[in-house]
Design a protein around this ligand. Structure first.
Ligand SMILES: [Zn+2]
Length: 501
């Protein structure tokens, strides 16, 4: 069977496919059942149409004589390998990446090279035979152009990157323009520094509180019971996959293992971080309801019972910075769970904070440990620090039992609060018991504070209705059973990849 890769135009790919296919089918393919290709892609994978179009592989015998042509499975292997490697190693960035127009770019760290990845691919011995390095590179640039390796000088902040380019790289730019860029960059860095200083000050104040009240660890405390200000930060980490074997990472990149999302809630004052481990079978995604529910669980079960709480998060609209979050903060104050709540978002590209540090330690350990079930991930988190900074919290188990409930906060609170119109501009928000339902906000830590009234009616202190996780669907169960089971240890096989019903 010969295969030719065709880059399809984005529009009308179905029509294009049918006419093209029909022509070749009637011309050449009288016996070869290569309709299989199309059906295989349409029905056996959960990829979307654009993925299909980009990897559309077409068969016709007799074409391109004398040239060694690829098998469909080989192309699939390369794509799977690169995508799975990327899922595990790409740099976790909220929003847009400097220097790339498209927002769905995936950035690999600069120490990864295409040649290194090809060797890893070759050594993993793909089932249908490896392709040559040049083919690997061609397939990568043709099919996965949105996966890029960061250049060593890539800055993670769009503003920094733009200004620095103007200052150092451009030759034919008038001096005035360069001076202007220099001034803008200085201002920008000063602003980033101010936000960072505000964050540091909050962390140090928390440390002082912990010392003063001899708080050594997180635990269950009555809400609103300690007359102190305390600080927490939260963020999502890149998901991890299991089963995973650091001795033999290659073969697993051809398959899609069970996924586990990690959400970290750090208390810099101690320091400690609770890591929420959400297996794909019990995960409800990464949306606003999930973030708010985890924060709620954290404050109920691990909070120190502070009256005034301050949060820091990264500036990711959708996950962290959204109306549900603000409404939840108002709800907490109105339900007498805090006297005041404030939240600050660090500027994009300048968000190195405590959760990143804890995730780094966790990932280091994960890359060195053989992991075959959720309990192994729990052990990885536990053993990632000697002093017990990282604390594991399972959201549920492999069987689908849920330990951390997710509530429908957005619908529940949406009835009682208005939407905040300028949410993307402001970076600091504050709610106090003296002004229930009102949000005080400012753009920068040193700008003037303004007020917006969110309240429509006063929300009941009861919890919203539960959201049930969708669980693993039949096709995913089948896939795990058929493709992943062999990577599990005999003891965890029935737990991680049970036989589909
Ligand atoms: Zn910057």
């Amino acid at each position: 069977m010969h295969l030719v890769i065709v880059n399809l135009p984005k529009v009308n790919c179905d029509g294009f496919f049918y006419s093209y296919f029909h022509y070749n089918w009637t011309q050449n393919l009288t016996s070869n059942p290569s309709t299989y290709c199309f059906n295989l892609f349409r029905h056996n994978t959960d990829h979307n149409k654009s993925y299909f179009c980009s990897i559309f592989v077409h068969c016709f015998p007799g074409g391109r004589r004398g040239k060694k042509l690829l098998k469909l499975e080989q192309v699939e292997d390369v794509v799977k390998f690169i995508l799975n490697f990327t899922a595990e190693h790409c740099i976790h960035l909220p929003g847009r990446i400097p220097g790339f127009k498209s927002a769905d770019v995936k950035l690999l760290p600069s120490y990864v090279t295409k040649a290194h990845l090809w060797r890893l691919y070759r050594d993993a011995a793909p089932e249908h035979g490896p392709v040559a390095e040049s083919t690997f590179r061609k397939l990568w640039s043709d099919l996965l152009s949105y996966v890029v390796v960061a250049k060593p000088a890539t800055d993670l902040c769009w503003t920094c990157q733009q200004n620095n380019n103007l200052i150092t790289r451009q030759v034919n730019v008038p001096d005035e323009e360069k001076t202007e860029a220099l001034r803008r960059q200085e201002e920008h860095l000063l602003e980033a520094q101010r936000e960072r200083d505000a964050y540091r000050t909050a962390c140090q104040a928390s440390k002082a509180v912990a010392r003063e009240h001899s708080i050594k660890k997180l635990g269950k405390n009555a809400a609103n019971s300690k007359p102190v200000v305390f600080h927490y930060s939260f963020d999502f980490a890149q998901q991890v996959h299991y089963p995973a074997d650091p001795q033999q990472p290659g073969p697993s990149y051809f398959r899609t293992q069970r996924k586990c999302h990690i959400f970290g809630m750090a208390a810099e004052g101690l320091p400690a971080q609770v890591n929420y481990l959400a297996d794909e079978g019990v995960s409800c995604g990464k949306g606003a309801n999930v973030v708010v529910s985890y924060i709620h669980h954290f404050l109920e079960n691990y909070g120190i019972g502070e009256q005034h709480v301050h949060f820091n998060a990264d500036n990711c609209a959708g996950q962290n910075k959204n109306n549900t979050m603000l409404q939840y903060l108002c709800w907490r104050v109105e339900s007498n769970l805090h006297k005041s709540v404030s939240i600050s978002f660090l500027p994009v590209g300048h968000t190195k904070f405590a959760p990143d540090w804890c995730f780094g330690l966790l990932k280091q350990r994960y890359r060195k440990t053989k992991v075959s079930c959720l309990q192994d991930i729990v052990n990885v988190v536990d053993s990632s620090t000697v002093s017990g900074v990282n604390i594991p919290q399972l959201v549920g188990n492999e069987k689908g039992d849920v330990f951390v409930k997710v509530y429908d906060w957005s619908n529940h609170l949406g009835k009682h609060f208005k939407r905040f119109p300028r949410i993307t501009f402001a970076r600091h928000f504050r709610v106090t018991e003296d002004h229930p339902g009102r949000v005080f906000y400012k753009e920068k830590s040193d700008s003037a504070e303004e007020m917006f009234d969110l309240a429509r009616s006063s929300p009941p202190p009861t919890l919203p209705p539960l959201i049930q996780p969708a669980g693993l669907d039949a096709s995913r169960r089948k896939y795990l059973y058929e493709q992943i089971r062999e990577f599990c240890t005999p003891e965890t096989r029935d737990l991680v990849c049970p036989a589909p019903e």
